[in-house]
Design a protein around this ligand. Structure first.
Ligand code: 9MG
Length: 272
């Protein structure tokens, strides 16, 4: 995993493929809630160019209900173990529960992706002990209500300062600086205006001392902007990746791996 982070720090891009193993997943309709289908999809994304697969067993989309620890473990651990039987691809576990973080890493995952920025009790010391990379994402509110009335005075300023504080707390808890990735959390307690403002100011996040991950894939901001259904948001999602790349972002969490890699190859070729 350190190799991937090194690549990003050196300016090369890395694509993280999304594998939701939730029955109510917002963009795959629960298609991958069966073990074999999930593993097959992970291996396809790897072949398409994803260097890391992000596996989540609890939906984080607006309005989603929480799932129990047992249910989340049952959804993700077998998938991680089975991918490991077939591939050495990097795996990140998308969870906010420390017990799931531990079980996923024991099963073969390499990184924690937490939309809650390790706010759960014991999440920071556990990640410090595991000595794995962590992605700290910003979110305002809870998934059930976060889109009700998000409020900011200066969205980019507030989020960058939040992420800086979380990163410092992580380091105080023993997490190594080289293991910290930050993410502004597009769509998590943000209006369309907030999301556009963030996208315009990604350079501010890239000036911080941590690799920046961006996840805009198929998000409802594109429905708000364009009136597009989830299956028709590819062009907008990929365009947003390009805009972020141009400001220095090199780490992208996406559903559409082939198309994103094509766009990034073009960005890289032009940048040379
Ligand atoms: C799990 N998840 C959903 N959206 C995400 C985003 O934008 N970033 C990260 N890190 N995780 C996300």
């Amino acid at each position: 995993m350190q190799e991937l982070l090194k690549k990003i720090r050196e300016g090369q891009w890395v694509v993280m493929g999304i594998l939701n193993v939730t029955p109510d997943s917002f963009s795959d309709g629960g298609q991958f809630d069966h073990l074999d289908a999930a593993v097959k999809h992970a291996l396809i994304m790897q072949k398409e160019g994803a260097e890391i697969i992000d596996i989540g067993g609890e939906s984080t989309r607006p309005g989603a209900e929480p799932v129990s620890l047992e249910e989340e473990l049952q959804r993700v651990v077998p998938v991680i173990k089975k991918i490991r039987e077939h591939s050495k691809v990097m795996i990140s576990i998308d969870t906010s529960k420390p017990e799931v973080m531990q079980a996923a890493i024991a099963a073969g995952a390499n990184m924690v992706n937490d939309v809650n920025a390790l706010r759960a009790d014991s999440a920071m010391p556990i990640c410090a002990e595991l000595n794995i990379p962590v992605c700290l994402m910003h979110k305002q509110g809870l998934p059930q209500t976060m889109q009700d009335k998000p409020e900011y005075i200066d969205v980019a300023e507030e989020i960058s300062s939040y992420l800086q504080t979380r990163a410092e707390l992580c380091m105080e808890a023993g997490i190594k600086k080289k293991n910290i990735v930050i993410d502004p959390g597009f769509g998590f307690g943000k209006t369309l205006e907030n999301n556009l403002s963030l996208l315009k100011q990604m350079n501010m996040f890239c000036q911080m001392e941590y690799p920046v991950l961006v996840g805009v894939s198929r998000k409802s901001m594109f429905e708000q902007l364009l009136g597009r259904n989830v299956e028709d948001r590819l062009v907008a999602s990929t365009s947003a990746v390009v805009l972020a790349y141009q400001q220095g972002v090199r780490f992208f969490r996406v559903h559409d791996v082939v198309e994103t890699c094509d766009a990034l190859i073009l960005c890289e070729a032009v940048a040379q």
